[in-house]
Design a protein around this ligand. Sequence first.
Ligand SMILES: Cc1cc2nc3c(=O)[nH]c(=O)nc-3n(C[C@H](O)[C@H](O)[C@H](O)COP(=O)(O)O)c2cc1C
Length: 182
Amino acid sequence: MSEQKVLVVYSGVYGHTHKVCEAMRPVLEAHGATVTLAALPEEQPEPSAFDAVLIGAAIRNGKHNPAVLEFIERHQAMLAQKVNAFFSINLVARKPHKNTAETNPYTRAFLQSSPWQPQQVGVFGGRLDYRRYRPFDRWVIRFIMWMNKGPTDLDTQVEFTDWDAVARFAEDFAVRLKTRPA
Ligand SMILES: Cc1cc2nc3c(=O)[nH]c(=O)nc-3n(C[C@H](O)[C@H](O)[C@H](O)COP(=O)(O)O)c2cc1C
């Protein structure tokens, strides 16, 4: 069987979404896939050249970047023909009862608004690191944390990401890709 090509399209601002994508890479490669990462909106990859497409996006001020939905709308028909998956990264998902497609409010809203319904959905906690943020972002996210009882100390540096869950997600994706009917 020839090597399977996986496109990972992602959208984030402060590097954590990219880190999650990079954590999936060795898992996918261990199953013989080649992995190409592309950051929206700067890069606009063509999904037709790939066997599988994984789309990941962080939440910022209550929303995924609109470029994600635009990408999905533009390539909807092509996405449906591929092995595909979506994952969302946000801080609400640090709460165990809010880290599934059914219980995470942003992921639910995304699935309601998206014309593409992914075959597999992941929800992972994000990173909180006030020192990294531009001043305006720092105050916005601090307010959001205050609202939902998260850490507000400006020295906080924490990854709420369940890395085992990230690896399992990538593993499930790779297995689906390998076992899909020809
Ligand atoms: C300016 C800003 C706004 C955010 N807004 C939300 C939000 O509304 N809800 C939430 O759950 N997480 C929110 N987050 C948390 C991010 O989703 C999380 O930090 C994620 O890891 C960011 O990924 P990135 O480093 O790829 O940008 C926000 C983060 C920042 C910096």
